[in-house]
Design a protein around this ligand. Structure first.
Ligand SMILES: *[C@@H]1O[C@H](CO)[C@@H](O)[C@H](O)[C@H]1NC(C)=O
Ligand SMILES: *[C@@H]1O[C@H](CO)[C@@H](O)[C@H](O)[C@H]1NC(C)=O
Ligand SMILES: *[C@@H]1O[C@H](CO)[C@@H](O)[C@H](O)[C@H]1NC(C)=O
Length: 344
């Protein structure tokens, strides 16, 4: 009774040299929750704090890894995405000299699945100003962030639509980054027609002649951090069915077998950032009948309950990758590594 189950199917991912791996690649992609192999075009570097999160996960003991909780932000979630801003500057017909820049911020949410539950959206605004001179101003900048309800066109006058102020903040240092909680607004963006983005305005009311003001645009970078829960994952722990373990003596008895999935060998190195692969393992081996329990069963009943060698304990992994929209994604997957096998 030799049965190959579960992740064992991935065994076939290992291509013999030149072998076609299409169906197997699809299986592996699906296990990562993806429909197709992403091909990022101009992905941004991974922010150092996201690397740290990934490393912390990978080094943590397996038992303490919770794929459904993001400790760093104290919210539920198994996917952390960084969306680059795809908005544009707004050029006004009658510029007011104290307004340094007006920008529409737009984040393409098409990567989010329909029923994905957004649990945190945090707007990150960063100024990269490396000159010491002028980095501390006498007159502070004023940053205002609005919800942008009807702004669709370039150069539209700010007075023709109503905008709702979300946050206002003044700052005097240009080597600074800001993080704003925009969870409530961003939840609406999962409906594409409601995703009108945000409106950012930075002004220098007290000192309209500053040369820094006009250069602000080139120093600004904005991105959106989104934590979410994908449907189907992170349900309540599954009921453990009874399984019996067999003594690990004979070599052909049911037990985990080593299987390393190399993302590089699969040809995924251009979109998977880390890890380079993972030890998936699979279950294989004989399951002897637990004769004592079955003594009075009919033959047919016995046949229906032939025990299979299956995973009974699995652990999660985390994968850092670029998706099709060049977003950086850190995703935690449940049940990816077979730790123990049993017969059931
Ligand atoms: C968002 O991204 C998707 C997939 O790349 C693309 O098809 C769509 O046109 C984008 N939407 C906007 C408004 O840019
Ligand atoms: C962010 O905002 C949401 C909705 O307004 C709120 O429920 C949540 O507690 C906030 N999170 C943080 C980290 O401030
Ligand atoms: C097997 O034996 C037990 C104990 O004698 C009995 O309770 C049970 O009903 C029997 N099962 C079948 C399928 O006959």
């Amino acid at each position: 009774n030799l049965v190959l189950v579960g992740l064992g199917v991935l065994l076939w991912i290992f291509p013999g040299v030149g072998a076609a791996l299409h169906p197997q690649e699809t299986v592996l992609l699906r296990s990562l929750g993806l429909k197709a192999r992403p091909s990022p075009r101009s992905p941004a570097p991974v922010p150092p704090w996201l690397w740290k999160m990934f490393q912390k996960r990978s080094e943590a003991p397996k038992e303490s890894r919770n794929p459904c909780w993001v400790e760093e932000f104290q919210v539920p979630g198994n996917v952390i995405r960084i969306f680059p801003d795809q908005g544009h500057l707004i050029h006004r017909e009658e510029p007011q000299s104290w307004i340094c820049l007006q920008k529409r911020l737009y984040f393409n949410f098409s990567a989010l699945e329909e029923r994905e539950e957004l649990t945190l959206a945090q707007l990150e605004i960063q100024f990269s100003h490396n000159q010491y001179q002028g980095s501390s101003l006498v007159h502070p900048f004023q940053l205002s962030l609005y919800r942008a309800p009807q702004m669709t066109l370039h150069g539209m006058s700010t007075h023709t639509y109503s905008r709702q102020l979300l946050v206002e903040q003044s700052f005097a240092h240009l080597h600074k980054s800001f993080a704003f909680n925009v969870t409530e607004v961003a939840k609406e963006w999962q409906t594409p027609s409601k995703n009108l983005g945000l409106f950012l305005e930075i002004s220098l009311p007290a000192s309209p002649k500053s040369s820094l003001c006009s250069k602000l645009d080139s120093m600004l970078s904005t991105s959106l951090l989104v934590v979410s829960l994908t449907p189907g994952q992170c349900k309540s722990p599954r009921r453990k069915r009874n399984a019996y373990y067999v003594p690990v003596s004979a070599s052909n008895i049911c037990k985990p077998r080593r299987l390393y999935i190399s993302f590089t060998e699969v040809g995924w190195e251009n979109w998977i950032i880390a890890p380079q692969g993972y030890l998936a393992n699979y279950c294989l081996g004989e399951c002897p009948f637990p004769l004592t329990e079955e003594l009075n069963s009919t033959n047919h009943a016995i046949l229906q309950t032939i025990p299979c060698c299956v995973p009974v304990r699995l652990s999660p992994i985390s994968v850092l990758y670029y998706d099709n929209n060049d977003n950086v994604v850190l995703r935690h997957y449940e049940d990816m590594v077979v730790d123990e096998c049993g017969c059931r």
